[in-house]
Ligand binder design. Structure first.
Ligand code: AGP
Length: 643
């Protein structure tokens, strides 16, 4: 996934683009670049590396002037991270510059055709092919050569009616917008893109299919961006573009057309969050800020949804009647990464409380394996960003097959939020750290509420539901109690920071949390870590245990406690160091574990939320101890908008 931003107005574009790139950097940070139009002079600067070490330094030594520009921060798909593969890319004439987020799947066929037509390429990227394709269509529409020259006008006198101008000479940016549309009609794949051309020093063309793009509406200035974080400092009025939309923006106006239909559905929305929400504040990293926000974000997830009178939970956006909800006979939950771990917790919750069969699928697998779905099966997708291509594809697949698709999403107005048939927002605020933390805990909180809601339409007793609602209400304070152990957790992290392999083990409700704890550690500290069912270890993986392989054991005093302890003893017998997450008051655990982190006592089904928090801090502190870039881990991006 990459980040793009465009600006057109009266201010110098460069500082706005650079600050926007910094706010988009979590979307990808292999390289970055800007293209600025200074009257008819198109200047491009691009550099390998993260923004502050790369493009920011370059712009200091080689500044660019102009009030219109586009910029891009890259997560490489086609073409290794390198200056030449960084965006923006030119067309053949070098009068058109393009930045792009997505994948042009048929780029090679297009490239071969353009090469035969005499085009020369400088990079290995699919985006440069798209730029040349746009340039090719622009040349056709304006009668110019693909190198941008206008052919010598044919000798003619007014007598023969010829104006002397070449035919179809649109005298405004329509030619550029149409050339972009013509090119996109040839493209197979996904794009969120911005295009500028020296012929139109006050216009940016934007377009999207499968990769997010929004218009930011200012006063005498307008913006294009991959997401609202890049422009919330300038405006809160935005338009979320839909797939196949093509937008033309100038300082004073914006127009949107749609490749697929006659008119575009343009709705102006107001952003819910502020610039401060999207800033790091006093914390060393966004990830740490977001871990500490969890007492508040759990409150946000629960707010207005606890119905003590009806001993149930309530939602405003499911768009399903009680009868329809009662009629659900199977739920498929599709997601990716951390959200997939939340889906596993959701399976346990919904099956226990509502007795509805649940199937958890990796989104990317669900799309292509033609899974059998019964008539009253619904799909539920989980996604923090609401832009994950695999998850969006799963949603579209279910809808294509005629099944209702619900979503639990954090980013308001995201593609998944807008394409689902109904859903529940997390209200967790922007999650910038690449490693997902608060969104995961919010998702599980909401899944617990959903399981109660569905269960109370079936066999879940009011008494049991009320007990869970009260347990949920206690969570924010209990999370604060865990966060207060930060120094002990940091000390533990330092003790184990040099380990090269880790196991995370849990059973029942904490098995998915073992998987999540392993993912957190590996994705920000680069330590090899595996999450497993504690019972599964004895069927092979235990062969890997030795005195250098620490195991984090989730062993709260829940229904699986005795059995988990027995599994723990098997690891201990093989001299594996053990870090136990145990319930407050469990005195015996100290005898069988090398280190213990205590969790407040709660219901078994709420342990996943509490057990996650120390594992987030543990991973964070180890990554910091190892000098890793916690918010921008290597090879990763915040939301993967390519399949
Ligand atoms: C989690 O820490 C990772 N950043 C990644 O696994 C992420 O959860 C996954 O890509 C899904 O993202 P989504 O929730 O935005 O769909």
């Amino acid at each position: 996934m990459c980040g793009i931003i465009g600006y057109v107005g009266k201010k110098s574009a460069s500082p706005i683009l650079l600050e926007g790139l910094r706010r988009l950097e979590y979307r990808g940070y292999d390289s970055a670049g800007v293209a600025v139009l200074d009257k008819a002079d198109l200047v491009v600067r691009k550099k390998l590396g993260k923004i502050d070490e790369g493009i920011a330094r370059l712009l200091k030594t080689e500044p660019v002037e102009g009030c219109l520009g586009i910029a891009h921060t890259r997560w490489a798909t086609h073409g290794v991270p390198a200056d030449k593969n960084s965006h923006p890319h030119f067309d053949q004439s070098e009068k058109i510059a393009v930045v792009h987020n997505g994948v042009i799947e048929n780029y090679d066929a297009l490239k071969q055709r353009l090469l035969q037509a005499g085009h020369k390429f400088k990079s290995d990227t699919d985006t440069e092919v798209l730029a040349h394709l746009i340039g090719e269509h622009y040349a056709k529409r304006t009668g110019k050569s693909r190198w941008g020259e206008r052919p010598r006008e044919p000798k003619s006198s007014p007598a023969n009616g010829s104006s002397g101008a070449s035919p179809h000479q649109p005298n405004n940016s329509e030619a550029l917008s149409q050339a972009v549309s013509d090119a996109l009609r040839e493209v197979i794949g996904t794009y969120g893109l911005a295009v500028i051309c020296t012929d139109f020093p006050d216009t940016i063309i934007g377009a999207r299919r499968g990769s997010p793009l929004i218009i930011g509406i200012g006063k005498g200035e307008n913006f294009l961006a991959s997401d609202a974080n890049a422009i919330v400092a300038h405006t809160k009025k935005v338009v979320y573009l839909n797939d196949y939309d093509v937008a033309t923006i100038t300082p004073e106006r914006f127009d949107v057309s749609n490749l697929g239909t006659d008119t575009a559905n343009v709705q102006i929305s107001n952003l819910e969050f502020s610039q401060e929400d999207a800033a790091r504040g006093k914390h060393a990293h966004f990830m740490l800020k977001e871990i500490y926000e969890q007492p508040q974000t759990v409150l946000n997830a629960l707010r207005g949804r606890l119905d003590f009178e009806g001993a149930t939970a309530k939602f405003g956006g499911l768009n399903m009647t009680a009868a329809e909800l009662r009629g659900i006979d199977r739920i498929v939950i599709a997601a990716s990464g951390t959200s997939w771990h939340a889906a596993l917790v959701g399976e346990y919750l919904i099956e226990e409380l509502a007795q509805i069969p649940v199937e958890v699928e990796f989104a990317h697998e669900f799309c292509y394996r033609n899974a059998p779905l019964e008539k009253n099966t619904i799909l539920l997708v989980l996604s923090q960003s609401g832009e994950t291509a695999d998850t969006l594809a799963a949603l579209r697949e279910a809808k294509r097959r005629g099944h209702r698709a619900l979503a639990i999403v954090n980013v308001v107005g995201s593609t998944i939020a807008r394409e689902s048939d109904g859903g529940i927002y997390m209200h967790a605020g922007p999650e910038i750290g690449v490693a997902s933390t608060k969104a995961f805990v919010s998702t599980i909180s909401i899944l617990t509420l959903l399981a109660i809601h569905l269960g109370r339409m079936r066999h879940l007793s009011a008494k049991r539901a009320l007990g869970i609602l009260h347990g949920l209400e206690a969570l924010p304070k209990q999370i604060e109690k865990i966060l207060a152990q930060k120094d002990a957790i940091k000390k533990l992290a330092k003790k184990y920071a040099k380990a090269e392999d880790f196991f995370f083990l849990g059973r029942g409700y904490t098995f998915p949390i073992a998987l999540e704890g392993a993912l957190k550690l590996k994705e920000i500290s680069y330590i090899h870590a595996e999450g497993y069912s504690a019972a599964e270890m004895k069927h092979g993986p235990i062969a890997l245990i030795d005195d250098k392989t620490p195991t984090v054991f989730l062993v709260p005093q829940d229904a699986m406690y005795e059995k988990t302890l027995a599994n723990l003893a098997m690891i201990r017998a093989r001299k594996g160091p053990i870090i136990a997450l145990a319930t407050e008051g469990d005195k015996g655990i100290k005898r069988v574990a090398d280190d213990v982190i205590y969790l407040p006592k709660t219901l078994d089904l709420l342990n996943p939320i509490l057990a996650t928090v120390p594992l987030q801090l543990f991973a964070y502190d180890i990554a910091v101890a190892r000098g890793c870039d916690v918010d921008k881990p290597r090879n990763l991006a915040k939301s993967v908008t390519v399949e």
